[in-house]
Write a protein that binds this ligand. Structure first.
Ligand code: HEM
Ligand code: HEM
Length: 363
């Protein structure tokens, strides 16, 4: 592979801008500004970049800024696709550049449609999910164009020696599949989170870690009626949200329960990586990131509820969700590249004491 320093740096910058855009989009939803600009692609009849700055007030600040950042990210993606098309010799990576371009165009159209159709749940959830997917694609491109990726081939050769080790594979887990499974679990959680947000189910269960004082709240009509009156008493019931329904409580609880699955998967992946000292250092650091991010995310999730959806906390919860997805995607790509899919070692919960080919003994 020929390393193009400029191309790699450019894709890292695009990834950072995309993260900023996800934060800005999260602010639009958290502040309820989605319909502050009722038309699209124009803004109150103005061409987007000609919209007078003194008219940027209230929710327009969030919605219009989000659109402008999105347009910049879209243009940067066009340049990335062209650049990859001209310079990159790996065909699959050129194609990935076009996929990123297709995704950003589709994302812009979904953004526009969600405004024109007054924020229907399906389109808003699609817009939230595609945002995360697009971010993952851009980060993957940044990884594929890096020197790191190239260097990983060297580790691949070294790791064929791992095959000779007397590791009890029956008790170990295939690292590549474990990280791919964890990535899938996180992605499902992001969709459940988006569903919760756009069905206004974020505060239908106002306590944490219990849910209406129970492990799983009762969904009988009487119980739902009592939740509704308690929400009104606590001043949490907003006319715009209407009566809380059993469906909203179920969606909310699904997000909380799936969070347990995600947490177990992430901790399992992280601890397994960290315990296996045979793995490359660059793979093992992901273990620390994952543990730090999941602790942060659960704390933010809890405070999203307990602060009654404070704008900054809730938006950070969306953004850290994106970081967890990316960490899992990058870990999976590393694992597949270095260790392959079928013979991937070897996250070893219990390994016999063996001499490893790179020097250190492992327990
Ligand atoms: C690269 C393009 C874009 C990305 C990555 C992106 C990303 C996002 C994200 C992450 C959210 C928050 C979703 C949530 O919290 O559930 C959001 C919300 C939103 N975006 Fe975008 N967006 C893009 C383009 C656009 C465009 C072009 C529009 C044009 C109108 C738009 C309109 C909206 C609206 C109205 C919301 C609020 C939806 C709601 O409250 O239900 N977006 N966007
Ligand atoms: C496993 C870790 C978790 C991840 C990865 C995660 C991720 C997310 C994401 C990405 C969203 C927004 C989706 C979007 O609109 O784009 C969200 C929403 C939400 N999450 Fe989580 N979450 C996790 C755990 C939790 C926990 C433990 C709670 C605690 C109750 C929680 C409470 C919430 C709430 C209340 C919302 C909706 C906020 C609103 O209505 O504006 N999350 N989650």
């Amino acid at each position: 592979m020929v390393y193009h320093k400029g191309l790699h740096r450019y894709s890292v910058i695009l990834a950072v801008c995309t993260f900023g855009l996800i934060f800005a989009g999260g602010l639009v939803t958290s502040t309820g500004s989605g319909l502050s600009v009722p038309d699209w692609p124009n803004t109150y009849g103005y061409f987007m970049f000609a919209f007078p700055i003194d008219k940027m007030v209230g929710g327009i600040v969030y919605e219009h800024t989000h659109r402008m950042i999105a347009t910049v990210v879209g243009l940067l993606t066009v340049i990335l696709a062209i650049w990859l098309g001209r310079k990159e010799e790996r065909k699959w990576l050129r194609v990935l550049g076009y996929v990123a371009l297709g995704a950003v165009i589709a994302q812009g159209v979904l953004g526009g449609l969600t405004v024109l159709y007054l924020l229907p749940v399906s389109i808003s959830v699609g817009h939230a999910a595609l945002a995360q997917t697009f971010f993952a694609i851009v980060c993957a491109i940044a990884l594929f164009t890096s020197r790191w990726w190239d260097e990983s081939s060297k580790f691949k050769d070294q790791n064929s020696k791992l095959e000779d080790l007397e590791i009890d594979k029956r008790r170990g887990v295939n690292l590549s599949w474990l990280s791919i499974g964890t990535t899938a679990a996180v992605y499902i959680q992001l969709i459940l989170g988006a569903l919760m947000r756009h069905t206004h189910s974020g505060l239908v269960v106002p306590d944490f870690p219990l849910a209406w004082g129970q492990f799983f709240p009762s969904l009988t009509p009487d119980a739902i009626a009592s939740y509704n009156s308690r929400l009104i008493d606590a001043n949490l019931w907003l006319a715009a949200d209407g009566q809380v329904t059993a469906g909203q409580i179920l969606i909310h609880m699904l997000h909380r329960l799936w969070a347990v699955v995600v947490t177990v998967m992430i901790i399992w992946t992280a601890i397994s990586i960290l315990r296996n000292r045979l793995l490359e250092k660059r793979v093992r650091v992901f273990g620390y990131y994952l543990i730090g991010l999941i602790i942060l995310q659960i704390t933010l999730g809890a405070f999203t509820v307990l602060t009654r959806k404070a704008v900054d906390i809730t938006t950070l919860h969306v953004a850290v969700g994106a970081l967890i997805l990316i960490t899992c995607v990058l870990l999976s790509l590393h694992a597949v590249k270095i260790y392959g899919v079928r013979r991937s070692p070897v996250v070893v919960p219990v390994a016999k004491k063996v001499e490893n080919p790179f020097g250190k003994a492992i327990a």
